[in-house]
Design a binder for this molecule. Structure first.
Ligand SMILES: *[C@@H]1O[C@H](CO)[C@@H](O)[C@H](O)[C@H]1NC(C)=O
Ligand SMILES: *[C@@H]1O[C@H](CO)[C@@H](O)[C@H](O)[C@H]1NC(C)=O
Ligand SMILES: *[C@@H]1O[C@H](CO)[C@@H](O)[C@H](O)[C@H]1NC(C)=O
Ligand SMILES: *[C@@H]1O[C@H](CO)[C@@H](O)[C@H](O)[C@H]1NC(C)=O
Ligand SMILES: *[C@@H]1O[C@H](CO)[C@@H](O)[C@H](O)[C@H]1NC(C)=O
Ligand SMILES: *[C@@H]1O[C@H](CO)[C@@H](O)[C@H](O)[C@H]1NC(C)=O
Ligand SMILES: [Zn+2]
Ligand SMILES: [Zn+2]
Length: 609
């Protein structure tokens, strides 16, 4: 069994000294430089498992803070600027933010110890009014650098009247250390599934607001647009803002920092701009740099670069020329300590068992014994989702999309459990003939596969699915390109063996990770990797193994609420005489959510006795 990574006082270290690959190319420092994060989703403890590619993303927020602080000093000593940007989605994800109602606030408190220059809000901060209100009431945390140009919240004013006010700042104007003037906005895509009491304005309307036109009138040295949306694709709604600025200032550089789709990406809207997206879960930091024009008449293309850094201490030390002794700074140690204390007070690091194998979300097809979805449907659900009052035969139907992450060999704790599924679903049952029940999951998947998402998803589940599809598509294309290249290079050979060989070959990448193709010049990835194997699409719906019963027997058919609407349609399609309605479904396994079933299973099966 592999030894898991342990938390030390100074960030994460590999207990068995796994060696991480070192970068080989220096950062391209230019007149202005940016370090951007997005979609951290509470992963401030970094990635703590030993299965590749996890160790590559093993830096916690403390070591990131030390890194950012070192880079700032380097910038100062070179007489250059380094700005720190974040594009939102702090909530929902790891155990720190998903384990308790006050987890998000306490995590934000730690996040805000690192002074960012521009921050934007993500959709995950806006699903629940109370979360948005917490953010609004603690806005002082961010030192006036949290910008929400198209998001308002409705709150009571001092006279107890309800009033719609900007959640954070509407815009920012500030001077950098090197004396450059910056005008910045924070924008989110036209996000439909937000809670009541939140208002989101389309960017096309924002661009026409009087206050916006006033804010862009004076020429800064450059504009910064931070926003929770991708650089390209259907949810990228930068154009109205970008065009409005360009109309007034044809040549002033515009630097765009996005997020939301969880992929690494880059494009240029014109030769005087660059748009960069760093990916997700503290796996990637994006370093973006650019020349500045020499005077107003200079309309030559900017010299720009972007680099996707694997977020780990090896990367950090290499790019700052620091050693184990000189790398950790007080700010970083302090943050790591605060994170460790928070994790312990939330009990998210309490061990629940030792997982005997890795179980992957996308590396194996459903049905494979090392698929986490197979583990869920064949082992975890049957063992944990039970109702004291119901005996007899049953099947349980659930959605594949309710699982969100791999489950790694070794220590399995509450943090891992919530990472796999933070959802608090409910279960319901009805009685159906076994003959019909046998056909329901297939019918669900036939219908599910053809179901098109609306252009503006109106529920959290739909928005989540859309993000997951974009990310999966990215992972698929990386793997398919790699397989094709291998076939061309030396005939088809076993990718698995190549992956496991040691990491010292200077020429060929030998570790798993992201292999990014974006729309910017030159290579973006800081370290060359082999892409993570991708097995293909997972089913939308899954069910527990079918009991050995005759078709005429009546059995309990249990459904997770995520799947309820589709389930009713499927049953009524198979037998229109039933007229099954939601009101005819009874609660099952009262109070059980899938955010606790893996822990229940681990305690029973993985205690290693
Ligand atoms: C937010 O409220 C301000 C006034 O308080 C208003 O000018 C602005 O248009 C509103 N924005 C949104 C997105 O509702
Ligand atoms: C680190 O050291 C290398 C080799 O001496 C040098 O080329 C590089 O510029 C240094 N990097 C920084 C950020 O000082
Ligand atoms: C250390 O952390 C505490 C709270 O966790 C904070 O109040 C304090 O400012 C931090 N000190 C430094 C040097 O970052
Ligand atoms: C953490 O666990 C301890 C001991 O099991 C318990 O007393 C405490 O209430 C738990 N805290 C939380 C936040 O769950
Ligand atoms: C279930 O599917 C099988 C095979 O397609 C079919 O023969 C059978 O009639 C179906 N039963 C019900 C109750 O829909
Ligand atoms: C991840 O770590 C493995 C193990 O050393 C290494 O081979 C691989 O190159 C690393 N990947 C990245 C992106 O750092
Ligand atoms: Zn996100
Ligand atoms: Zn998002």
């Amino acid at each position: 069994m592999r030894t898991p990574l342990l938390l030390s006082g100074l960030g994460l270290v590999a207990a068995n000294s796994i060696e991480l690959p070192k970068p080989t190319r220096q950062l391209e420092w230019k007149d202005v430089n940016f370090l951007s994060t997005s979609d951290t989703h509470g992963w401030l403890l970094g990635h703590q498992h030993a299965t590749w590619p996890e160790p590559n993303y093993s830096g916690d927020f403390g070591s990131f803070a030390s890194f950012a602080t070192h880079l700032r000093s380097i910038a100062d000593s070179k007489g250059l600027d380094l700005l720190l940007i974040d594009a939102g989605d702090h909530h929902d994800g790891s155990g720190l933010v998903s384990s308790s109602p006050d987890g998000p606030g306490r995590t934000e408190e730690i996040f805000s110890q690192l002074p960012y220059d521009v921050m934007a809000v993500g959709n995950h901060e806006l699903y629940h009014y109370d979360d948005a209100l917490e953010l609004y009431e603690h806005m002082h945390r961010w030192n006036g650098r949290y910008v929400t140009s198209n998001v308002n919240i409705t709150v009571k004013d001092s006279a107890e009247r309800w009033k719609s006010v900007p959640l954070g700042k509407q815009f920012l104007k500030f001077k950098t250390n090197q004396g450059r003037s910056v005008t910045a906005f924070g924008i989110i895509f036209n996000f439909g599934a937000h809670d009541k009491g939140i208002t989101i304005q389309k960017s096309s309307k924002l661009a026409k607001e009087g206050w916006f036109q006033d804010a862009i009138r004076d020429a800064p040295d450059y504009f910064v647009l931070a926003g929770h949306m991708p650089a390209r694709g259907e949810t990228a709604e930068w154009a109205p803002i970008f065009d409005a600025i360009r109309k007034v200032h044809p040549n002033i550089p515009i630097y765009v920092f996005g997020g939301h789709t969880h992929v690494r990406d880059c494009t240029q809207f014109d030769t005087r701009s660059i748009a960069v997206v760093p990916g997700r879960y503290m796996e990637t930091l994006a370093f973006t740099s650019s020349s500045l024009p020499v005077g107003e008449a200079d309309d030559k293309p900017l010299d720009v670069a972007r680099r996707y850094l694997d977020a780990n201490p090896t990367t950090y030390k290499w790019h700052t020329n620091t050693t184990d002794d000189s790398f950790d700074l007080p700010i970083g140690k302090n943050i790591t300590l605060a994170l460790t204390e928070l994790a312990s007070s939330l009990n998210v690091s309490t061990n629940l068992g030792i997982a005997p194998h890795d179980y992957f979300l996308d590396r194996h097809p459903y049905g494979h014994p090392r698929s986490v979805i197979t583990l869920f449907s064949d082992k975890v659900m049957p063992a944990t989702i039970t109702d004291k009052k119901r005996h007899g035969d049953r099947i349980i139907i659930s959605t594949g999309g309710s699982l969100r992450f791999d489950l790694f060999a070794g220590n399995f704790d509450r943090n891992d459990e919530l990472t796999i599924s933070p959802f608090v679903n409910k279960f319901y049952y009805t009685r159906l003939s076994a003959g019909l029940a046998r056909n329901v999951t297939d019918q669900l998947n036939r219908a599910g596969a053809s179901k098109l998402l609306p252009t503006v998803p109106s529920s959290q589940a739909e928005e989540e699915q859309r993000v997951r599809e974009t990310y999966s598509e990215w992972m698929r294309s990386q793997w398919e390109d790699y397989v094709q290249l291998q076939a061309v290079e030396d005939g088809v050979k076993d990718g698995q063996q190549t992956v496991m060989s040691n990491g010292n070959d200077a020429k060929k990448p030998s570790t798993l990770g992201y292999v990014t193709k974006d729309a910017c010049p030159d290579k973006g990835d800081d370290i060359e990797h082999i892409p993570v194997p991708y097995s293909g699409d997972q089913p939308d719906f899954i069910s527990t193994p079918f009991p050995k019963v005759d078709d005429d027997d009546m059995i309990d058919v249990v459904v997770m609420d995520f799947a309820m609407d589709d389930f009713l349609v499927a049953v009524n399609t198979l037998d229109p005489t039933l007229g099954l309605k939601e009101s005819m479904m009874q609660p099952y396994a009262d109070g059980l959510g899938i955010n606790v079933v893996f822990g229940m299973y681990a305690r029973e099966q993985w205690q290693g006795k």
